[in-house]
Ligand binder design. Structure first.
Ligand code: GTP
Length: 427
């Protein structure tokens, strides 16, 4: 049989106090007036008071209650309703001169007849945890705001092609919500050919474990080409599948602008034919190709006769219109592989790859006739007509550079001029 004597109770109280005092949580009881009837050591440490400075005293001595609203409300709720309250309290501690946040559990204390005679509370300081949570929430908000407003598509995808993250821009591009995309595979979200196209470069990151910068071109739903610069970096977390973080920026406008600039640099603005710069680049290329494969290559030089007099007769703007008409007629005579350029004022050249001198002479003669039959109308009374002189020359086995071909063609043109114009000469 268990016998309890005075000493056993004292021992038990002593042990209980030791246990309660060794707990980091704040344990306390208060009477109905809100005066403390018990506090453990943690409470004394928090208040920086001794036991007799706390027992019998109310919270107003230890908290700034104007800044500790939940404390009073929670206490009132427990006492008035006789219920257990579990809540968070943010309280200003006078001794520490700072606000601390507590997770509190407060219960009513009853007498033998079931009347509420006070409250018992256990509070745990969660200030650091809360601050960390706030910091994480703040950083996550900041990151979300940045990722969702940046002009790039950002996504995280694992090696099994499952999206782990997409920003709003990516979700919009895929025509779905981020919540619907995350957790799904690219092939479940995108048309197979597009998903596979993206996965080809994803795979490269998984295989090489290094960052890849790729230019990607994808057709949108209207069939237009969209150009992207994509940077994909490996993202590995212990215990998880390898993943990549992708940043894709649409550069369609820039790409098209670049292409336009490239074109403009090569195009003559008056006639829209290639200019001398493009011609020079290409004649060298064609020359090297013809040399390497021992293919024939012929050059034609065309010069409008007495263009100075045409300018004098029709004025400079009239002369421009005639140049455009001549250019258009020349363009219409070309084969797909021929390269036509305006290389000077009223001078044009045609590179004829894979063409023998005999066929080139025939072609030049056809051009000469077509040009002489041109009737050009404009802001003048009669129809304007012109003639052209043409020089033709082919690449010879002994040629050391394309300059030799160029100079032979020029000489042939000079001969055509010298021998009366409106004719084709060849060398
Ligand atoms: N309208 C116009 N004229 C140009 C342009 N570029 C050059 N010219 C003119 O073309 C004329 C070329 O004259 P020339 O080189 O003396 O030769 P030509 O009068 O054609 O005589 P031949 O070539 O000997 O038959 C000059 O009057 C230039 O001012 C241009 O872009 N527009």
């Amino acid at each position: 049989m268990l016998s309890i004597n005075k000493n056993t109770v004292a021992d038990f109280d002593y042990i209980k106090d030791q246990v309660l005092d060794s707990i980091d949580s704040f344990i306390y009881t208060k009477d109905l007036q809100g005066n403390y009837t018990y506090v453990n050591q943690a409470v004394l440490n928090l208040f920086e008071k001794s036991l007799d400075q706390v027992i019998g005293f109310a919270d107003t001595n230890f908290f700034d209650l104007s800044l500790s609203k939940e404390l009073k409300n929670n206490d009132r709720e427990v006492i008035e309703k006789g219920i257990r309250v579990e809540n968070e309290e943010s309280s200003f501690i006078r001794a520490k001169n700072e606000v601390r946040i507590f997770k509190v559990v407060k219960k009513p204390l009853f007498d033998l007849h079931g009347n509420v005679i006070g409250i018992c509370g256990i509070s745990t300081d969660i200030t650091v945890e809360k601050k960390l949570q706030e910091q994480v929430a703040e950083q996550s908000f900041l990151l979300d705001t940045m990722l969702n407003n940046i002009d790039s598509h950002i996504y995280v995808k694992d090696s099994e092609r499952t999206f782990l993250y997409v920003n709003t821009r990516t979700a919009d591009l895929f025509g779905n919500s981020a919540a619907n995309i995350i957790g799904k595979k690219d092939i479940d979200i995108l048309p197979k050919n597009i998903a596979d196209h993206f996965y080809t470069s994803d795979k490269k990151v998984f295989e090489t474990k290094t960052k890849q910068v790729i230019e990607e071109t994808v057709k949108d739903e209207k069939g237009n080409n969209c150009h992207y610069i994509s940077t994909k970096v490996p993202f590995n977390q212990p215990g998880k599948l390898p993943a990549i973080i992708g940043f894709s920026t649409e550069v369609t406008e820039l790409f098209e602008l670049k292409e336009k600039f490239k074109q403009l640099a090569n195009i003559d603005s008056l006639t829209n034919l290639y200019n001398r710069r493009y011609f020079t680049l290409h004649i060298e290329k064609e020359y090297l190709r013809a040399k390497r494969y021992s293919h024939p290559m012929t050059l034609i030089s065309i010069d409008i006769d007495h263009f100075k007099s045409i300018n004098d007769k029709y004025g400079h703007p009239g002369g421009d219109q005639i140049l455009i008409a001549v250019a258009n007629k020349l363009k219409a005579s070309l084969r797909q592989t021929d390269i036509l350029a305006r290389i000077g004022g009223e001078e044009f050249s045609i590179i004829l790859p894979n063409t023998s001198i005999a066929s080139a002479i025939q072609f030049a003669e056809r051009i000469r006739v077509e040009q002489s039959e041109l009737r050009i109308t404009g802001e003048w009374d009669s129809e304007a007509s012109i003639s052209v002189s043409i020089g033709v020359s082919s690449l010879l086995t002994g040629d050391k550079s394309f300059d030799e071909l160029l100079s032979r063609t020029d000489k042939a043109l000079y001969q055509a001029k010298k021998s009366g114009r409106n004719r084709v000469c060849h060398l």
